[in-house]
Ligand binder design. Structure first.
Ligand SMILES: *Cc1c(COP(=O)(O)O)cnc(C)c1O
Length: 380
């Protein structure tokens, strides 16, 4: 079978540790500084500048970032939060932990993102926030979501874990995805657009609300403003110093890495567009999508066969996601459906994600393209 084309390969596995990163890591280790410190503060500033937002607060992972946002907005037991029924369910899980009620809304078939037209049927007097997910690097329709939210006086928390670097257009002005809502969250899990060598995440505070930023910092540090004075309930969720060093390095190459992602997506688009049996995702797309994976749709009866065929050719694929959120045992009894969830359900049977990552070689892309074309030549 030869080498496997993985679904994702960290840059460092291919290229090794660059000397300047090695020396920065060695210095932190030599000084024994492992929690917080100037590297974390510097990374927060640099990311803030890259995203052109007001403040960035790092966390131990993306899920904690979502939890901290929900806690910071003082949502109470029974409050409803509108969110899509399809995607990674970290936010829904955190809502359930807090006793909030996730209200699931169907997604758009093409973009995989929340269908804005359905919000009006999902909203009630109990609705206290909207939490869109920007799935697979395709930002949700933030302009329309913000417009709706404003009409109803609701804050928006963006789950931008899969789309760092992508852009949205708000009233004709481009902004980075994650920085348009009142709060945004991201993850630095290794497979994300900006990944570290373990877990990490961040909250974006997208206004000059200093108190809100301060509150989120307190929540993430055991509710302390001053050491050993616990004013509110919080968490222990901080970015490790070593991960901040890795991320400061990766951030320098984020734009290059994201360009690579777009190039590969465009190549897939061109080379796979003649296969009538599959539906391609809408890449490239304005204002700017940064594909995190390349998710095609295929007839349910062919999907397993295609997946096995690709695996025989040494190509890893992944089904993101095999279950809609309302089908998950843990959340089933804790959610409410805000609309019919037909697309979310249908997608779970059709989606298949192909490898797409910045260190993917041309020869690896060729293998994916050839194998897909070969499979469908035999299935016409
Ligand atoms: C990865 C991811 C998260 C969770 O991030 P972690 O850092 O793994 O906790 C949340 N939402 C989405 C959409 C994700 O892709």
């Amino acid at each position: 079978m030869g080498n496997v084309v993985p679904i994702f390969r960290p840059e460092v596995v291919k290229e090794g540790v660059p000397p300047e990163l090695q020396s920065a890591l060695s210095q932190v280790i030599a000084e024994g500084r492992f929690i917080k410190g100037c590297e974390v503060a510097a990374f927060e500033k640099e990311l803030c500048l890259e995203l052109q937002t007001h403040s960035v607060v790092t966390t131990g992972n993306g899920t904690d970032a979502l939890l901290a946002c929900l806690m910071a907005l003082d949502l109470r037991e029974g409050d409803e939060v509108i969110t899509p029924a399809y995607g990674y369910p970290a936010a829904v899980e955190m809502m359930c932990l807090l006793g909030l009620k996730p209200v699931l809304v169907d997604v758009n078939w093409q973009t995989f993102n929340i269908e804005v037209g359905l919000l009006k049927d999902a909203v009630t007097s109990k609705t206290k926030a909207i939490l869109p997910i920007h799935l697979f690097g395709l930002p949700a329709s933030m302009d329309d979501i913000l417009h709706f939210a404003e009409q109803h006086g609701l804050p928006v928390i963006e789950d931008a874990a899969q789309c760092l670097g992508a852009e949205v257009e708000i009233e004709g002005t481009r902004r980075k995805a994650g920085t348009a809502g009142r709060l945004g969250c991201t993850s630095f899990f290794p497979t994300k657009n900006l990944g570290c060598w373990g877990d990490g995440g961040a909250v974006f505070v997208n206004s000059d609300d200093v108190q809100l930023t301060q509150k989120i910092r307190m929540i993430l540090n055991h509710g302390q403003r001053d050491k050993y004075l616990h004013e509110i309930l919080g968490l222990n969720s901080r970015l490790d110093t070593l991960q901040a060093v890795v991320l400061r390095h990766a951030l320098k190459y984020l734009r290059d890495a994201n360009e690579k992602r777009v190039e590969i997506a465009i190549r897939y688009q061109e080379e796979l567009r003649e296969i009538s049996e599959i539906e391609l995702p809408p890449f490239p797309h304005n204002p700017l999508n940064i594909p995190n994976v390349f998710t095609i749709k295929v007839k349910p009866q062919l999907r397993q066969q295609l997946k096995s065929f690709l695996w025989e050719k040494g190509i890893s694929t992944q089904i993101y996601y095999p279950l809609a959120m309302h089908w998950q045992k843990a959340y089933q009894s804790r959610i409410r459906s805000g609309s019919s969830l037909t697309n979310a359900e249908k997608l779970t049977h059709c989606v298949l994600s192909l490898p797409l990552f910045p260190s993917m070689e041309k020869a690896e892309q060729d293998r994916v393209i050839l194998a897909l074309n070969e499979f469908f030549r035999n299935h016409e």
